[in-house]
Design a protein around this ligand. Structure first.
Ligand SMILES: [Zn+2]
Length: 301
C-alpha cells in the first residue's frame, strides 16, 4: 500500500474538535510512528517516484485539503517537528471574504454546543410556524432512506435545504451567533487560514489548487466555469506565495471529460482524486488515488 493519505480536520486541547472524522494531535503523531517516518516521503519526492514507477511498497505522502485553520494550528507544528512536507490544497473564496455558511455553522455548532441536538433546539426556536413545518416534514418523511441521519438531522436538513432560502438560513445562523455573544469575524478567523498563514505555510509545505468556490459537483459545471475555478485559484495563490503551483486536488474528488485538458492548459502536472477506486492508467498523473485518514486510522491505530 503506497497510496497518499488525505486529511481534512484536526483537533487538540486548544483547538476543539468539530469536523467529521477529525484527527487528534495524538492520532497524527501515532500515525506517523505506525507508518514509519522513513515511509512518509515529501510530497514532491513521492510524486516524482510515482511518475517513474519507483515507489517502494510502503512509501506514502500526506495531503491536506481545504485550507482550514485547524490544520495550520494542529497539523503544521507536528509536520515541522517530523520534517514532513505535505501537500496543502486550498480553495480561495475565504481569502476574498466570501464565506460558505455551511462551514460557518458546522464550526459554530461544533465549538459552542455539546451536541447537534442542543444546536437544533436553539435553531428551531427561530423558525416561524415550526409546528406546521414539522407536520409537513413528517408527512413526506424527508430523507427517511438515509440511515445515518437521526430524526433531528433530517428535520434540520428539511428546514435548511427545502423550507428556507440559502439567504434566510444564513440570517438565522448569524442570529444564533449573535445570540451567543459571538462575532462573525472572530469565528471566521478560526475556520480558514489567512494570507499570511499561507505564506508561512509555503516556506516548508507544498501549496496546491482546490478551486475558488469548492463546488461539490464540479463535474457538472461547463468547461469554461470549471477552467475558471482552477485558473483563478492558481492566479490568486501564486500571487500570494510567489511560487509556481503544479498540483491540485479535485473538490469532493469529482472530475469529468474536460478536467484533464484543463489541467494541461494551466500547467498542472499532478492531480489527486479522493478515494482508492482503481483508475485508468492512461491518465495516472491526473488520477492519483488517496486514502481517507479515518480509514488509515482505523487500520493502524
Ligand atoms: Zn475539499
Amino acid at each position: 500500500m503506497n497510496i497518499p493519505i488525505m486529511f481534512h480536520y484536526f483537533h487538540n486541547q486548544k483547538f476543539k474538535k468539530y469536523g467529521q472524522g477529525s484527527i487528534s494531535e495524538e492520532d497524527l503523531i501515532n500515525l506517523i510512528k505506525k507508518i514509519g517516518r522513513d515511509n512518509i516521503l515529501d510530497i514532491d519526492t513521492w510524486l516524482d517516484k510515482y511518475s517513474k514507477g519507483e515507489l517502494k511498497e510502503k512509501e506514502t505522502c500526506f495531503t491536506i485539503d481545504d485550507g482550514l485553520k485547524c490544520q495550520y494550528e494542529v497539523a503544521l507544528p507536528i509536520l515541522k517537528k517530523y520534517k514532513i512536507k505535505a501537500g496543502w490544497y486550498i480553495y480561495t473564496n475565504p481569502l476574498n471574504e466570501k464565506y460558505e455558511i455551511l462551514d460557518i455553522y458546522k464550526y459554530f455548532c461544533g465549538t459552542n454546543y455539546d451536541s447537534y441536538d442542543d444546536f437544533y433546539t436553539d435553531f428551531y426556536k427561530l423558525i416561524n410556524n415550526f409546528e406546521k413545518i414539522k407536520e409537513k416534514f413528517e408527512d413526506i418523511n424527508y430523507l427517511s432512506d438515509d440511515l445515518l441521519y437521526s430524526y433531528n438531522d433530517r428535520l434540520f436538513r428539511y428546514i435548511r435545504d427545502i423550507v428556507l432560502k440559502k439567504e434566510e438560513f444564513k440570517k438565522l445562523i448569524f442570529k444564533m451567533i449573535e445570540n451567543k455573544g459571538l462575532n462573525l469575524n472572530d469565528l471566521v478567523k478560526n475556520i480558514w487560514m489567512n494570507k499570511n498563514e499561507i505564506i508561512e505555510l509555503s516556506k516548508t509545505q507544498l501549496i496546491g489548487l482546490h478551486t475558488c468556490n469548492h463546488p461539490t459537483r464540479i463535474d457538472l459545471l461547463s468547461e469554461k466555469d470549471q477552467y475558471n475555478e482552477y485558473n483563478d485559484c492558481k492566479e490568486i495563490l501564486e500571487k500570494i506565495i510567489c511560487k509556481k503551483i503544479s498540483t491540485l486536488t479535485y473538490p469532493c474528488g469529482n472530475y469529468n471529460n474536460d478536467t484533464f485538458d484543463i489541467c494541461r492548459k494551466i500547467d498542472i502536472d499532478y492531480a489527486f482524486i479522493a478515494d482508492t477506486r482503481s483508475i485508468n492508467k492512461n491518465n495516472k498523473c491526473f488520477l492519483i488515488q488517496r486514502e481517507d485518514s479515518s480509514i488509515t486510522k482505523n487500520k493502524l491505530l
